[in-house]
Design a protein around this ligand. Structure first.
Ligand code: SAM
Length: 348
């Protein structure tokens, strides 16, 4: 909580109280999953085997914990997984989306992507459980989340369904919060919102791989408009999973280096000082730490490890710039989600 406080993550007082009162670890399953860069697979970490490691993963303030792989059926014969499909979202990402949603007490909220149920509990603290409908597409996850919530005394309406259709019986909603990424906002969410309602959802496109859309629904409930702001990455909505992103193949580090050295002499001079292209260069400005292919299914033939940019010796880390894919967390600063849009990157 201290680190989140220092980052200014508690933009509204109710968020601090809710965060304090809802036990995050009560929403984590006994087995979580950790990506191993050496074999590019997700391996289980069982609480019973390593309680301390499990707790460190669950309580990390800026990292999500993968709670399901391959839609609940790990694809590899040894029980390891390929694609993360649900998570306990990173605490700072949860707070970012809650701050952007900012429901009032009594607001009617539609939440898509229940996952573990953690952010549903936080929302219950604010709006009251009778006002929250939370939709999860995966039956096992929905049942587990409902049981956890009930166990702590929260009784929101937990629906197992495709959240892209919204949930008409609970409409109209004052807030729609989606905690999975999309590139197309479903029309149903707009139609089921009250005029002036707010829709908050992680959003991405091929050229903009991470963002948070904060939209206001029009009076006629046919359109919604607003800002597509800060870099924020979540797992994709099941129906909008992208099987590939061509960018890392088109702009390889090699092509980047070539393009830098084949331009004008002055450009060439600056590129050799600021952008060492050799893996053994000693003054590398960026990190190539292993990247979890966390949020996007790998393309056929493997998962791209780096975004276009210079390469450098493995293990070197610097803050700020990153050559990772998807963008890695870089922290959050005081000043709320609007101002954080300029500098915050986090993942869930
Ligand atoms: C990043 S996880 C959300 C985690 C949640 N914020 C938490 O901390 O527990 C995204 C969740 O969205 C769910 N999901 C994906 N597509 C969905 C859809 N079309 N409708 C409802 N839920 C969906 C996934 O099964 C997954 O559990």
């Amino acid at each position: 909580m201290r680190q989140l406080d220092a980052q200014g993550a508690f933009e509204h007082p109710w968020m601090r109280a809710a965060f304090r009162d809802v036990p995050r670890d009560a929403f984590a399953p006994d087995t979580v999953w950790v990506w191993h860069p050496d074999d590019d697979r997700y391996h289980p970490v069982a609480r019973a085997d390593d309680d301390q490691r499990w707790a460190a993963l669950v309580h990390h303030p800026t990292e999500p914990v993968v709670t399901q792989v391959d839609d609940g059926r790990p694809v590899h014969a040894d029980g390891t997984g390929r694609l993360p499909t649900s998570s306990l979202s990173a605490a700072d990402a949860v707070l970012t989306t809650l701050a952007a949603t900012d429901p009032a007490p009594g607001s009617r909220v539609l939440h898509i992507g229940t996952g573990t149920g953690y952010d549903s509990a936080l929302l219950c603290e604010r709006v009251g459980h009778a006002n929250l409908t939370t939709v999860e597409i995966d039956r096992t996850l929905a049942d587990a989340a409902r049981a956890r919530l009930l166990g702590l005394g929260y009784r929101p309406h937990v629906v197992c369904a495709d959240g892209e259709r919204g949930h008409a019986p609970g409409a109209p909603y004052d807030r729609v919060l989606c905690t999975a990424s999309l590139s197309r906002v479903p029309a149903a969410w707009i139609a089921q919102s009250a005029p002036g309602a707010r829709i908050v959802t992680p959003w991405k496109s091929t050229l903009q791989p991470a963002g948070l859309a904060v939209l206001t629904v029009g009076a006629d409930r046919r359109v919604a408009g607003g800002r597509f702001g800060m870099p924020l990455t979540f797992m994709d909505l099941r129906g909008q999973r992208r099987t590939d992103n061509p960018l890392p193949r088109v702009y390889t580090p090699q092509r980047w280096a070539e393009s830098r050295s084949s331009t004008s002499p002055s450009r060439r001079a600056s590129s050799t000082t600021s952008m060492p292209a050799s893996p053994s260069a000693s003054s590398c400005p960026v990190s190539t730490r292993p990247v979890r292919p966390h949020l996007m299914p790998p393309p056929p033939g493997g998962c791209p490890r780096t975004l276009p940019g210079p390469t450098c010796a493995p293990g070197r880390r610097t803050s700020g710039a990153t050559a990772t894919w998807p963008p890695r967390p870089s922290g959050r600063t005081r000043g709320g989600w609007r101002r954080a849009a300029r500098r915050c990157s986090t993942s869930a």
